[in-house]
Design a protein around this ligand. Structure first.
Ligand SMILES: Cc1cc2nc3c(=O)[nH]c(=O)nc-3n(C[C@H](O)[C@H](O)[C@H](O)COP(=O)(O)OP(=O)(O)OC[C@H]3O[C@@H](n4cnc5c(N)ncnc54)[C@H](O)[C@@H]3O)c2cc1C
Ligand code: SF4
Length: 540
């Protein structure tokens, strides 16, 4: 029988086995500390991934069933102006949400840190370590990226065939395309295989070429870390003085409740469950929740939003051969209002009305999975034989599309609270998400669409769909809910990622981000987590 009783004499207790928790655990164990991870979800066998992929591509299974997301355990409420589909946005299990993620990993730009208590240079060595840990395939061909001292650990994936179609139009418009840093093996690396092109990266990579954090959980275990699975932490307890956390109280499948004591505690449970856990841990000393003397716990919730557009072209575009993106564009990141100049005239400057807020950063992507794949069409269609073949020939092969991300500014009213009217499988109030997309974000989305349409028009695409301000949704990057800051009256953690209120409680997560930027967050999460681990190590 699996032993889920607490570890004796633990130095560090980490809550959550996603990338933030796994990387911190591995580093702290390598430094000789006794580490235990409490993980709410289960461990998924690597050998099972082929079967999970098959489940992913069959219409009888919803995408959430692949990693058993949802159900009583994952109940939530969405109370904001915009519905937030939380269960599509995270995986609970060893490896966390990186089991399901896309794996695009870039460093934030220097300007993104303007209001943070640390700057790009503070994180620079940790970014390099994070790239080595995740095994990032990339090239230094992005003229807009922040400075770097070392090459990527793996060569970049070559641009796809449809990237080469885009390249001609972008050249004529003066738009720069460059490679995407991918946490995915372009060749064998760190005992994981090279990408073999299954094309199902999201939600599952059967070969293991796409990085997922279960890899670092295993490495951590080899260094002596103990992982207790199916052990959702219910609350944290503190000492009489209210200065130190004394135990993480967790439940186990047999109905027992245990108390894990440790010298240091790290919350790495993701951007929604971290504030929820702090709010659930309210006490006489902290009636508004633990580490919440600022009142900022749960507030400033941010996500990125998707902007995209596509259609068909009178030529073959070869989509869905790979399940990831090989080219993107950061040209409109630091100044989204800028125009470009090329032989065909270029992208015009932002055309916004006077009263419309100026757009924020935009990242553009050249998609490799526009339109349905033949497998999807065959499995969802009603036809057989020659009829099906005709439909496949007609419907596959000439789709093309662009995507992109825009961010949100931190707004106090966007927040995670507790909804006491609904409880999870342990009787705890569920997280309630208050999420609204404001006028500035809508401006950014409009601007992204404007640029995308210019490029697609130049290419001669018959545009049939656009996802913009009125029809978009979140990119599933939970940020801002335990923000970092030097002022304890308006932030939850300091520059060392330690909570202002409790001397031995740290946070490893995008929940500490002060701003969202418009770049995928996980490399920055990984870099911050390694930095946080160094500070915990110094204290132990
Ligand atoms: C569809 C999709 C695509 C994405 N693509 C990208 C991408 O291309 N690039 C990128 O940078 N990011 C991407 N992301 C986001 C990325 O997956 C997350 O940023 C990253 O996984 C966050 O890491 P984390 O360790 O902070 O949290 P998570 O990975 O969410 O891990 C948190 C862990 O904590 C556990 N936990 C939660 N509550 C408790 C509790 N009370 N007790 C114990 N354990 C608990 C959970 O079970 C989970 O295993 C994507 C996400 C999704 C959903
Ligand atoms: S295409 Fe995606 S799913 Fe297939 S091997 Fe490469 S990374 Fe894995």
């Amino acid at each position: 029988m699996t032993d889920r009783t607490p570890s004796e004499g633990a130095d560090v207790c980490i809550v959550g086995a996603g990338p933030a928790g796994a990387l911190a655990a591995h580093r702290l164990a390598e430094e000789g500390h006794d580490v235990v991870i409490l993980e709410a979800g289960e461990r998924f066998d690597f050998e099972d991934r082929q079967r999970r992929m098959e489940r992913a591509i069959r219409p009888a299974h919803g995408p959430l069933s692949v990693w058993e997301m949802g159900g009583e355990r994952d109940r939530f409420s969405s109370a904001g102006e915009w519905f937030y589909p939380l269960n599509a946005a995270r995986v609970k299990g060893v490896g966390g949400t990186t089991l399901h993620w896309q794996g695009m990993v870039m460093r934030f730009h220097e300007e993104d840190f303007a209001s943070w208590p640390i700057d790009y240079d503070d994180l620079r060595p940790y970014y390099a370590e994070a790239e080595r840990a995740l095994g990032v395939a990339g090239a230094a061909d992005n003229p807009y990226a922040p400075p770097r001292d070392e090459p990527y650990p793996l060569p970049a994936f070559p641009p796809s065939y449809s990237d080469s179609i885009f390249a001609e139009a972008c050249e004529r418009l003066g738009v720069t395309m460059h490679s995407v840093p991918n946490a995915r093996n372009s060749e064998g690396y760190d005992d994981r295989s090279a990408c073999v092109g299954y094309g199902t990266c999201k939600p599952v990579c059967p070969s293991g070429a796409k990085y997922s954090a279960d890899h670092h959980v295993e490495k951590a275990e080899e260094s002596g870390v103990r992982v207790v699975t199916r052990a959702p932490v219910q609350r944290l307890e503190h000492d009489d003085a209210g200065e130190r956390v004394t135990a993480a109280v967790y439940a186990t499948p047999d109905g027992e409740t245990h108390r894990q004591a440790a010298r240091e505690f790290v919350l790495a449970a993701g951007g929604v469950e971290i504030p929820r856990l702090l709010l659930l841990s309210k006490s006489e000393e902290y009636p508004d929740g633990l580490a919440n003397s600022s009142g900022a716990v749960g507030r400033y919730f941010m996500d990125h939003l998707f902007a995209g557009s596509g259609g068909t072209l009178d030529t073959e575009t070869r989509q869905n051969h790979v399940g990831f993106i090989t080219s993107e564009c950061h040209q409109f990141y630091d100044d989204p209002t800028r125009g470009t100049e090329g032989s065909a005239g270029g992208v015009p400057e932002w055309s916004g009305e006077k009263e419309e807020p100026k757009p924020d950063s935009i990242k553009l992507e050249f998609l490799n999975y526009a339109g349905p794949s033949p497998v999807e069409m065959a499995l969802t269609g009603e036809e057989f034989g020659d009829d099906l073949l005709d439909t496949l020939r007609e419907g596959y092969g000439n789709s093309i599309a662009m995507g992109g991300l825009v961010g949100q500014r931190p707004r106090k009213e966007n927040r995670i609270t507790l909804d006491s009217s609904t409880t999870d499988d342990h009787g705890n109030p569920v997280p309630e998400i208050h999420w609204r997309v404001d006028a500035r974000t809508k401006s950014s989305l409009r601007r992204a669409n404007e640029i995308q349409h210019r490029i697609l028009d130049e290419l001669g695409v018959d545009v049939s769909w656009t996802v913009g301000p009125e029809s978009t949704g979140p990119a599933f990057h939970h940020m801002g809910t335990t923000r970092m800051g030097s002022n304890s009256e308006e932030s939850v953690v300091n520059a060392q990622l330690r909570t202002h209120d409790l001397a031995n409680l740290s946070v490893a997560s995008s929940s500490v981000f002060r701003t969202s930027g418009a770049l995928n967050p996980t490399l920055t999460i990984a870099a911050l987590s390694l930095k946080m681990a160094d500070h915990v190590d110094e204290r132990l």
